[in-house]
Design a protein around this ligand. Sequence first.
Ligand code: F6P
Length: 752
Amino acid sequence: MLFPTGAKIRSSRSLRLTLRFVLPLVAALTLLAYLVVPLVDRLNLRWSVRDMDIRSQFIAGTLQEPLGELLEQGHKMKINTLLARATQDERLFALGYCDGRGRLLYSSPVFPAQLGCSPPKPSDSESPLVQLPQGLVHVAVRPVIVADVPRGSLVLVHDMSFVQHRSADTRKYIVLLFAVLGLVISFITVLVAHLSWRGWMNGVRALLRGEGLVRPFAKPVDSELQPLMGDLRSLLRSIDAEKRMADDTTVAWTPDALRTLLYEQLAGEQIMVVSNREPYIHMQGAQGIDILRPASGLVTAVEPVMRACSGIWIAHGGGTADREAVDRKDHVRVPPDSPEYTLRRIWLSAEEEQGYYYGLANEGLWPLCHIAHVRPVFRTEDWEHYVTVNARFADAVVKEAQRDDPVVLVQDYHFALLPLMLRKLLPRATIITFWHIPWPNPESFGICPWRDELLRGMLGSTILGFHTPFHCKNFLETVERYLETRVDHASSTIFRGGNLTLVEAYPISIQWPPPWQDSQPSVQQCRADIRRSLNIAPDGFVGLGVDRLDYTKGILERLRAVEQLLVNHPELLGRFSFIQIAAPSRSVLEEYHSLESRVRALAAEINLRFGRGTYQPVHLRVSHHEPRDVNRYYRAADVCVVTSLHDGMNLVAKEFIAARDDERGVLVLSRFTGAAHELYEALIVNPYHIEQTADALYTALTMPAFEQRERMRSMRDLVRSFNVYRWAGRMLLDAARIRQREKLAVRIGVQP
Ligand code: F6P
């Protein structure tokens, strides 16, 4: 096992805690015992000496009268007998009587000869003690007064060996007392420390996971942490916010900056991308195999990131020659001319593709999330394929993972179930899911028969990204409405089934500088070439639309606005042409098929109505265009029109801005795109309002050059700074921070 389990960590921590605390305590108590014992000995001795002094005084007083009488009578024998009898007292060791001249006249049998009548003079209370060969004795000399006349003195010798016994006993009890005290204190302290450690750790764990931020169902945090919670939380948030702001102002987001970030923050981590659409499609062509770049905002955004971090990209191999290009592991190195990362292709049967991609994803979830007045279709069979394909991709991730904690970037609505599947298979993985399309309000999402399964699946993510804060808010409210979870709006987190998901807005963007910056033809060249190729007068105005042929893009509304413009401003007839590039998309679906017919019909209708001779107001190009070609159109146009009825971001708007290094051209932009939340200098329109869009078109065509420059310059500044490296960098930085916190949680012994 690579890492110790929580139980092992906890028991070794308890042992360390015990040793760290109990050993010094025992040492301190032993030292104390050594200091205390002599003090107690001394006290004991002093009390004993005082006892002996009193005793001596008492015995001398008691013997005064009989001794005086016997001295008067001169009964030598009787005096000795009296003294001998008095020493039968257990403590009184010997007695002697000295006359006034200091001669020892009488004594009990064992009176120590060396004491005589001049025992050592007491200088303090303890000095009446004399060490004899027999042991320690207390010597007291008391006067004998007979009929008020001093006759001599009594020498009283007390055996003090009991003091030593008493000291030994006291010492024994003191050591015992301290030992018991030590044990009791250790036990209580370890117990209290253990309980409070657990309390603190629960609190810290709650903070690390953000649980403390989640009020309604949260387990109350230990009371000693409570006062600190708010402070700690706002500290963590302000550190994050400051770091973000500092990064935004100081970091110039480039491929190198992203690489440095990966190196510094996620050193050694494996980066994996999962998407349905692959970045390079091998197609069987008339001349051999052609390699196409799909018309996909997702691919536009993720491809440069992958180039910067050389990971592995797992995607559906949908090209007619895809199988021929891969090795035994279904790998192919891309980009084809200068490989920088690996593409792993997953093969789907026609039924699977129909059910998972066309069915559930594009007939169900796509209209469900876009709310563009096309009814979602939900079929159980599609759902089953969706589940199977998500599981297939989950297996592929596990097989391609070189470690148990890769960073997996899951892309889009094709893989709503994948995060939870991965969470179960690779619990330590950091899963960043990005939802490239809008997230609707709870009521709209609620009609999906598998809404709970989808929501639960997405909540396997570590980070769940949307383009705008509004979509994040919708998602939080949807989860709150339909699942039993802890949703915290303040921190934008959801806690479910032991997993915490951060729901955050990461506005997607494009590569900056644009890939063809150094090799593209000049604007003049592009203007001339495109006009010539479409038979447009060299000084004619050109409007441009670039989209997949999708009903969410508002292409019909746009063409109606062009028509309205020509109605309102007949002077533009023959002078204004509108080019619509429409990449065929999902055309096997009836809705898309009929859209194509309607777009073609409307374009033809307008051309019929306003066309004159070679003048054709609408140039509809329904075909795949390589990005480099599209860039030439951007540079040739006077106005680019984005009229999505609903769009997560819309990268066409940003690509147009990036292409205009001449700081000319005007962007007309639908307010229902994520891009409208960033590109304020565009002419913002409601695409449902045809006249308004027509007026915006006219404003764009008549806008003075200086105003175009001011607006374009400002928008270019924004896209330059808020480019796709920042989009990926922000997510990866957040992931790195979460990983660091999780590692910290493991280090301090709590399960993250
Ligand atoms: O908007 C969602 C999205 O995945 C875009 O990123 C991309 O432009 C488009 O859908 C591609 O759709 P598809 O892969 O179905 O052609």
